[in-house]
Design a protein around this ligand. Structure first.
Ligand SMILES: [Zn+2]
Length: 432
C-alpha cells in the first residue's frame, strides 16, 4: 500500500504539522516530513494548505431504516412526532429489504462525503417481519470499506405497547445489534415505562451491550425517565456505557429538579445525545406563545461536565423532511438554537461530533495520533470557527490510510464591471 504524506495540516490545537501515513496507520506527525528521496510510486503527497484536519466525524444518532422515505406513503402534515410514528407504521407494512438497504446506503455515502465515517443508527425492532433489522445488519457489513456502523435495537412501537416487544428486542440483539434501545415515554403508563427501562438494562447486562434510549423525547415536564436511567446505570455499575438520546423534557423541568438530575447524569458518566433538527421541530408544539425551545439543557449539561453528542436523527423521513447527513450542519444549528455561540464554546461543538461520540460509541484508536488507524478529514477552512460557520466541506476523507472521498469546492465568480471577484465567504487580512 502506497504511503500518504499530508503536508501543512492545521491540527485542532492550532499547530501546523505534516502527517505521514503508512500501512493504514499514522506513522509520524512532525513539523516537517520530507518525501524527497522516496519514489513517486511509493508516496502520494497531498497539500492540506494550512486547512483544519480533524478525526472523522461521528454521527451518534440516525434512523437509517426510515431515511429518504419522506412522502411515502404520505407527508407528515402536522409535523408532529405522533403523526410521524403513524406514517412509519403505514410504511413498514410490506416494506422490502432492498428499498431499506438502498436508502440507508445512499445516506451513509452522504455522511461519508460530509466527513462522518462512524455512525450509530437505531433500527426498528418492533417490525414483525424482521426485515428492517436484517436490512441494516447486511448494510453494516456491506459498507465496511467506508464506514463503521453501530446498530441500536430500537423498539419503535415500545416494548409493552406492542405485542411480543420483549421477544423481538431480544431477537434483534441475538441477530447482532450492537446496542440496546428503548422508548419508555410512549409506553401506555409510567409503570410500563419503568419496566421498559428495566428490561433494556437487563438485556444490556445479559448480552454485554451498550445502552442508548430515546428518553423523555417530549415536552412533558413529568417525563422523568432519565433520572431512572442514571439510577440503573450507577446501581448496576454500567458507568460509561449508557446514553440517553433527546431528553427534551428536561428543558421544561423545574430548575431545582433539573439540577439534581444533571448531577446524577454526571455521576453515572452517561452521555446525552441531542438532535437539533428534530428537537427544534417536534417539541413544545402545543405551547402557543411564548413557545419554549423544546431542547435539552445543553449549556447546563456542559457546565456540569456531561458528555454531549450531536446526532442528525432523521434525514428526510416521516419525522423530519430535510437533512443531508452533515454533522457540521447539526453543530451550526445547535450553536443558534441552544445559544452556544460564546467564542470558547465553539470547539465544544466540534467535540460533540468527534471526541464525545467516539467515547460514547467506544471507538478504539480514535484520533490523530501516531500509531492510531489513519482516519481523518481535511476541511475546506483553517479554523473550527469557520468549520461551524460555513458548515465546511470535507475536501478529503481518509479511512485506514486510504482516500475514500474527495470534494471539489464550489467556485463563485462575481462580476463588478469588468472586474471579477472570487467569492468564498472567508475573511482575509484586508478585512479589518
Ligand atoms: Zn431518534
Amino acid at each position: 500500500m502506497k504511503k500518504l504524506l499530508i503536508k501543512n495540516c492545521r491540527l485542532r490545537s492550532g499547530d501546523l504539522k505534516d502527517i505521514l501515513i503508512s500501512d493504514g496507520k499514522f506513522e509520524k506527525i512532525a513539523d516537517t516530513i520530507d518525501a524527497a528521496g522516496s519514489a513517486a510510486e511509493d508516496v502520494e503527497v497531498i497539500d492540506a494548505g494550512g486547512n483544519l484536519v480533524t478525526p472523522p466525524f461521528c454521527d451518534a444518532h440516525l434512523h437509517l431504516d426510515a431515511t429518504l422515505s419522506v412522502g411515502k406513503p404520505r407527508y407528515n402534515m402536522s409535523g408532529t412526532l405522533m403523526e410521524g410514528i403513524q406514517i412509519w407504521d403505514e410504511r413498514k407494512v410490506g416494506l422490502s429489504k432492498e428499498i431499506i438497504k438502498k436508502n440507508a446506503t445512499d445516506v451513509i455515502e452522504w455522511e461519508v462525503a460530509n466527513g462522518s465515517t462512524f455512525l450509530r443508527t437505531h433500527v426498528d425492532s418492533t417490525d414483525t417481519t424482521g426485515v428492517v433489522v436484517d436490512a441494516l445488519l447486511e448494510v453494516r457489513d456491506e459498507v465496511k470499506d467506508i464506514a463503521d456502523l453501530q446498530i441500536v435495537a430500537f423498539p419503535q412501537d415500545c416494548i409493552y405497547t406492542s405485542d411480543d416487544g420483549e421477544k423481538m428486542l431480544e431477537e434483534a440483539l441475538e441477530k447482532g445489534c450492537d446496542v440496546v434501545g428503548g422508548l419508555p415515554y410512549f409506553e401506555y403508563s409510567p409503570i410500563d415505562g419503568y419496566n421498559d427501562l428495566k428490561f433494556v438494562f437487563d438485556m444490556a447486562e445479559k448480552y454485554d451491550r451498550l445502552v442508548d434510549v430515546h428518553c423523555d423525547e417530549c415536552s412533558d415536564d413529568q417525563s422523568r425517565y432519565v433520572e431512572y436511567m442514571a439510577r440503573e446505570t450507577i446501581v448496576r455499575g454500567l458507568e460509561g456505557r449508557v446514553a440517553a438520546s433527546h431528553t427534551t423534557a428536561m428543558h421544561n423541568y423545574d430548575n431545582e429538579y433539573a439540577a439534581k438530575v444533571i448531577s446524577n447524569i454526571k455521576r453515572a458518566d452517561m452521555t446525552i445525545i441531542t438532535n437539533p433538527f428534530a428537537n427544534a421541530n417536534l417539541q413544545n408544539r402545543r405551547d402557543g406563545y411564548p413557545r419554549r425551545r423544546g431542547h435539552t439543557r445543553v449549556d447546563e449539561l456542559l457546565e456540569a461536565g456531561v458528555n454531549i453528542c450531536i446526532g442528525s436523527d432523521d434525514i428526510m423521513d416521516p419525522w423530519y423532511p430535510m437533512g443531508k447527513g452533515s454533522p457540521l450542519a447539526g453543530a451550526n444549528l445547535l450553536l443558534n438554537y441552544a445559544q452556544i455561540s460564546g467564542y470558547a464554546q465553539i470547539p465544544l461543538l466540534i467535540d460533540m461530533i468527534t471526541e464525545n461520540p467516539a467515547k460514547t460509541m467506544h471507538i478504539d484508536g480514535y484520533g490523530i495520533a501516531e500509531g492510531n488507524p489513519a482516519n481523518m478529514v481535511i476541511l475546506d477552512v483553517d479554523s473550527e470557527f469557520d468549520a461551524v460557520r460555513l458548515t465546511a466541506e470535507a475536501l478529503y476523507v481518509i479511512r485506514k490510510g486510504r482516500v475514500i472521498s474527495r470534494t471539489v469546492p464550489a467556485k463563485r465568480e462575481l462580476m463588478r464591471g469588468d472586474e471579477k471577484h472570487d467569492i468564498d465567504f472567508k475573511v482575509t487580512p484586508e478585512n479589518k
